[in-house]
Design a protein around this ligand. Structure first.
Ligand code: PEP
Ligand code: MN
Length: 279
């Protein structure tokens, strides 16, 4: 399949070599897949710190937690907002883990951008062009999630907005698309991983948690993502998933996360281990 020719900056034609997004001493898009983990929502200092310490011990290199939450219902927990950002900063100070958190709008952009190491633009905001442009003017790396109905080309154009404003540090994230399938929350589109990597130099990570919507499916999907060549995974973990204020059904327990980390390295594809696979 051929794609639009005016993907001027994100395409492999513009830049042949892989982009490596550096977050402190962590390289996203480098030789080793990275694991980013944490609760869907920052609920308290204790819950965030406990989760951060446990996922770090298991091998996660970044903490992900939402302070501003894009919930389907206005009556659901909307996140702790600025207080959540302060908790993330404090937990970063205690653990040394860089933090990722979602920005919902241009109004709160400066506050979120100042607090986090990586700015997440969520699936629902993927075509918010004001937000994309604002993220493009930032010096912080951006994790851009694919909207649940975005084609590959629409996804890459969203990234193009960010690069066009001068920010080259974009990580693409597949998080499941909407299909007729009704046994998972979304359908994980794993074919997009090698296809994005063929067409673009940007790193690609996979969020199996939102795709599955059920914790028992997260581990096999995480393994499959790594086997498909993803540069990392983003996984939701909670000390007590059934008590979580958002997305508890898909949150791994600490024991499940340990199991995921113990098995994931067996699924690193051969092109990351020295020998090469040609396209
Ligand atoms: C999230 O990461 O918690 C989230 C809301 O994800 P998405 O934007 O992919 O739905
Ligand atoms: Mn979530």
């Amino acid at each position: 399949m051929e794609y639009a020719s005016d993907l001027k900056l994100v395409s492999r034609h513009a830049k042949a070599e892989d982009t490596v997004v550096r977050v402190g001493d962590i390289a996203v898009g480098g030789p080793d897949p990275v694991v980013m983990a944490g609760p869907c929502s920052v609920e308290s200092h204790q819950q965030t710190l406990e989760t951060a310490e446990r996922v770090q011990r298991a091998g996660a290199v970044m903490l992900r937690g939402g302070a501003y939450k894009p919930r389907t219902s206005p009556y659901s927990f909307q996140g702790l907002g600025a207080e959540g950002l302060r908790i993330l900063e404090s937990v970063r100070d205690s653990t040394g883990l860089p933090v990722i958190s979602e920005v919902l709008d241009v109004i709160t952009f400066d506050d979120v951008g100042a607090a986090v190491d990586v700015i997440q633009i969520g699936a629902r905001s993927m075509q918010n062009v004001s937000l994309l442009r604002r993220a493009g003017a930032s010096t912080k790396p951006v994790l851009l999630k694919r909207w649940m109905s975005a084609t590959l080309e629409e996804f890459l154009f969203a990234a193009e907005y960010i690069l066009a404003e001068g920010n080259p540090n974009v990580i693409l994230c597949e998080r499941g698309i909407r299909t007729f399938n009704d046994y998972t929350r979304f359908t994980l589109d794993l074919a997009i991983v090698p296809e994005l990597k063929r067409l673009s130099h940007l790193p690609v990570v996979v969020d199996p948690s939102h795709a599955a919507g059920r914790r028992e499916l997260v581990l096999p999907l995480a393994r499959a993502a790594i086997a498909a060549g993803a540069d990392g995974i983003l996984v939701e973990v909670h000390p007590e998933p059934d008590e979580a204020l958002s997305d508890g059904r898909q949150a791994l327990t600490f024991d499940m996360f340990d199991e995921l980390m113990a098995t994931i390295t067996h699924f690193v594809p051969v092109d990351r281990t020295g020998s090469t696979i040609s396209a």
